[in-house]
Design a protein around this ligand. Structure first.
Ligand SMILES: [Zn+2]
Length: 234
């Protein structure tokens, strides 16, 4: 059951019309969607689905075990029927914060050039875990981040096939994270002049949109692990 993933090509879409292709256990599956399913450290989207005669709040979006994108609705909520035309609307304010945070995380990873061992994004606070023993100079990192935001670097994504990647080993060398192989194609996220890595998340189109970002607590989570928290200041 394949859903067309509109958010991959245009992360700024706030809603879409779609047809219900399955309904099961508090989950609605559509033929196309703007809702991002939880993955890559980014939470699933929330919002609502409305149809002729009803509407339901979407409290989360997840892939099921077969890879279908499930719009999860509240227990007991009314749901549309298979074949119904619906309109899906994102909680855009929340998602846009995820986009700002996600792009900020790529910038943070380009400032602190250590291996990344974990991460998590939320609208209020995000974190990256670095494989490092050095201490983190919060002021210097904060200033470097602010400079990257102010420089208004273009952000774009493109698909590349495994074969194209094999033909350009220099591309892999320039990536900050090694690409996963074996799926046939890989989505690359490029922040012009700053970062290139495989990523499936939703992003801004320019670093300027990240806005005011502040380095929060730096936690020591073991000898070789520094957890850096960041916040959006607005
Ligand atoms: Zn990303």
């Amino acid at each position: 059951m394949m859903t067309e993933e509109l958010f991959r090509e245009d992360s700024y879409l706030k809603g879409c019309n779609a047809t219900v292709i399955a309904v099961a256990d508090g989950a609605v599956i559509l033929d196309r969607t703007v809702f991002y399913p939880m993955g890559g450290g980014q939470p699933g989207d929330t919002g609502s689905i409305s149809w002729s005669g009803g509407s339901a709040a979407v409290i989360d979006t997840r892939y099921d075990k077969d890879g279908a994108i499930c719009h999860i609705v509240d227990e007991g909520a009314s749901v549309p029927a298979v074949g119904d035309e619906v309109h899906a609307t994102l909680d855009w304010e929340r998602r846009y914060k995820h986009m700002r945070m996600h792009t900020a995380m790529h910038l943070l990873g380009s400032v602190l050039r250590y291996g990344v061992t974990g991460g998590n994004i939320s609208a209020a606070k995000s974190r990256l875990d670095f494989d490092m023993e050095d201490s983190v100079d919060k002021d210097a990192v904060g200033a470097a981040l602010a400079a990257l935001v102010a420089a208004d670097h273009a952000v774009s994504c493109r698909w590349i096939t495994d074969a194209e990647l094999d033909a350009q080993p220099e591309l892999v060398r320039t990536m900050s994270v090694q690409p996963p192989r074996g799926k046939g194609k890989i989505r690359l996220l490029e922040i012009e002049g700053v970062d290139l890595q495989p990523c499936g998340g939703t992003h801004l189109c320019s670093t300027a949109e990240v806005g005011h970002v502040r380095i929060g607590k730096v936690e020591k989570k073991g000898k070789r692990n520094r957890r850096v928290n960041i916040h959006l200041d607005d």
